[in-house]
Design a protein around this ligand. Structure first.
Ligand code: MLT
Length: 209
């Protein structure tokens, strides 16, 4: 039986790849706009071989492209929807943990997936053991007070990212740091797309958890 054929019907369409090595942290893989549950599976296998991979598909469609929340324009978010969808995703994580017997996962999000992961950290911190936020920006202008209590967070930004201004990424790092997360923020000499440096830095970061 393949891993895919053991996928259960839960509140998000998703893929699950069971752990193949003990002691590796489960990863919650969150794709970017226009992606799906298959997109980050190879990335997950590269950065943490042997980890369980839980990969949902965003439920919001923008011109047919899956996302994790609605936006009003590029970089302008419908924050009511961000809140609703972050709670919905946190509920799915709890459901999937029960269904598949997983510990709290480390979210690994790219772009829109990184933004929803940042919102889940702020709204439902108990859902995640930590997060890797690749090309993330501030998801909520007025987040509730949260105690992130030393949760590890790696933020990887692109110095020439045309979608995420460097200042915005720095602001996100500051907000999460102030909320008590153990934040490492790296500004890479790259744009918005995933790069080999993202793979290398994320692999090293997951290894030292
Ligand atoms: C977003 O909408 O979450 C960000 O602008 C990133 C993107 O998906 O382009």
């Amino acid at each position: 039986m393949t891993a895919t054929s053991s996928t259960k019907e839960l509140s998000f369409i998703h893929r699950i790849e069971p752990a193949s090595l003990p002691g590796r942290p489960p990863l919650l893989l969150l794709h970017g706009t226009g992606g799906n549950e298959d997109d980050l599976i190879p990335f997950g296998n590269m950065i943490s071989p042997g980890s369980a991979l839980l990969s949902p598909r965003g439920k919001v469609l923008e011109g047919g492209m899956p996302r994790f929340f609605r936006r009003l324009a590029e970089g302008v978010f419908d924050e009511e929807d961000v809140r609703r969808r972050a709670n919905e995703l946190a509920d799915f994580v709890a459901e999937a943990r029960g269904a598949y017997g997983l510990a709290a996962p480390i979210a690994v999000g790219f772009s829109n997936g990184a933004n929803i992961a940042a919102a889940v950290l702020q709204l439902r911190p108990e859902a995640l053991a930590g997060a890797v936020l690749i090309r993330a920006m501030v998801p909520l202008q007025d987040p509730p007070a949260t105690d992130l209590n030393g949760k590890p967070v790696l933020i990887l930004s692109g110095a020439s990212d045309p979608i995420v201004p460097a200042d915005n990424a720095k602001r996100l790092a500051g907000i999460l740091n102030k909320a008590g997360a153990k934040v490492e923020h790296r500004m890479l000499p790259t744009g918005h797309a995933l790069s080999k440096t993202d793979v290398d830095l994320t692999t090293a970061w997951v290894d030292q958890l």
